[in-house]
Design a protein around this ligand. Structure first.
Ligand code: ATP
Ligand code: MG
Length: 329
């Protein structure tokens, strides 16, 4: 039976891009999927580029937002990455010797973390090791499918390489570490409203947050970058995708298709598109915020206690298997 995992860093309030890229695929499969589904808040990963004070303040709230976006704790195991930190760290350190510094320096996401004129070599070691720790997160739950946005694909590729290398080295023909796949959802990369790269929760400019006041959405989207009639760019394309993802009815999807075609035919429809996008985003946010208000932090802490126990059981199993294969017990 399959096992799915996904994680979100508690680096700020969740954005609508986090929802469509990572949470929506889980919400859609949770009622039908027969295997185990795991959703964790990646607090240790947050420390790569944020202060511990922010991360410890945000982690319960991030899980609360995940639950409010439709994650059902009856079906899904929820935990914090730090709850299984000791096992994950050990496995990550065993993986370290199977990847070179040069390979990690080539991971394209690392360059995004460097400021202009800053060489990647000057970044802290945890940023360099990010893909190794992320691989260990996935391996600790024996996950074979990982729904993530397109920005995470290079990390999943590192995890696949590491799993294969580990199995070749110690597996004696068998799979000690499960080789993970990106879950087959359309490659999603929602652009920031202002067109400045991808929408990120740690870059408030250009992001729509799930907790944004509903009456602010119209003016935020009103200022979004579009394209001249008859032309298309990545930003506008991704905002059509976002709107499609948030559509609930066939009528809404048909209206979006008509606007898309009319725009490509050279008609001026950006005003109408922005109105429809505002309606779709506001509708989703209203639902999310009503759910969020129904959940208390205490409830989240209780759920994490239960989820942490399960995550630990599985992590102990994996660590034991890894050590045995390495004959390092
Ligand atoms: P940060 O700025 O702290 O890195 P983030 O918004 O990039 O925040 P992450 O915690 O890094 O969020 O990632 C959580 C999930 O959201 C991942 O699965 C990631 O692929 C997805 N995601 C993040 N940004 C986007 C985006 N712009 N489009 C689609 N999916 C996204
Ligand atoms: Mg990110």
């Amino acid at each position: 039976m399959g096992r799915v995992i996904t994680g979100v860093r508690p680096t700020g309030d969740l954005s609508i891009a986090n929802y469509v890229g990572a949470m929506k695929p889980i919400v859609e499969l949770q009622d039908t999927y027969e295997g185990s589904v795991n959703v964790f808040v990646a607090d240790v990963h947050g420390l790569t580029d944020q202060e511990p004070e922010l991360i410890s303040r945000m982690r319960i709230d991030t899980m609360r937002s995940l639950l409010a976006s439709g994650i059902d704790p009856e079906r899904i195991n929820v935990y914090l990455q730090s709850q299984i930190e000791s096992q994950t760290d050990v496995v990550a350190s065993y993986l370290d010797r199977h990847i070179s510094t040069a390979e990690l320096l080539r991971v394209p996401t690392l360059k995004d973390k460097a400021k202009k004129d800053q060489g990647v070599e000057t970044l802290n070691v945890s940023l360099l090791r990010y893909p190794v720790l992320m691989a260990a997160d996935i391996f600790m739950q024996d996950a074979d499918e990982v729904p993530v946005g397109q920005d995470q694909y290079p990390h999943i590729e590192v995890a696949r390489v590491l799993a294969r290398r580990f199995n070749r080295e110690y597996g004696d023909g068998s799979e000690i570490i499960v080789v993970p796949n990106v879950m087959a959802v359309e490659g999603l990369r929602i652009a920031a409203l202002d067109g400045g790269g991808k929408m990120s929760k740690s870059n408030p400019k250009g992001a729509i947050f799930l907790k944004d006041p509903i009456d602010s959405i119209g003016s935020k989207i009103g200022k979004a970058k579009t394209a001249a009639a008859g032309e298309m760019n990545e930003t506008l394309e991704s905002h059509f995708t976002l709107s499609r993802e948030l559509s609930k009815t066939q009528d809404q999807r048909d209206a979006l298709d008509r606007l898309y075609d009319a725009h490509l035919d050279g008609h001026n429809v950006m005003g109408s598109f922005k109105s429809l996008m505002t309606e779709l985003v506001s509708g989703f946010l209203a639902e999310f915020q009503a759910n969020y208000d129904q959940i208390s932090d205490e409830q989240v802490v209780d759920l994490l206690e239960v989820g942490g126990v399960k995550a630990n059981e599985q992590a102990d199993l994996v660590l034991g298997r890894v050590r045995k294969a390495m004959k390092f017990v």
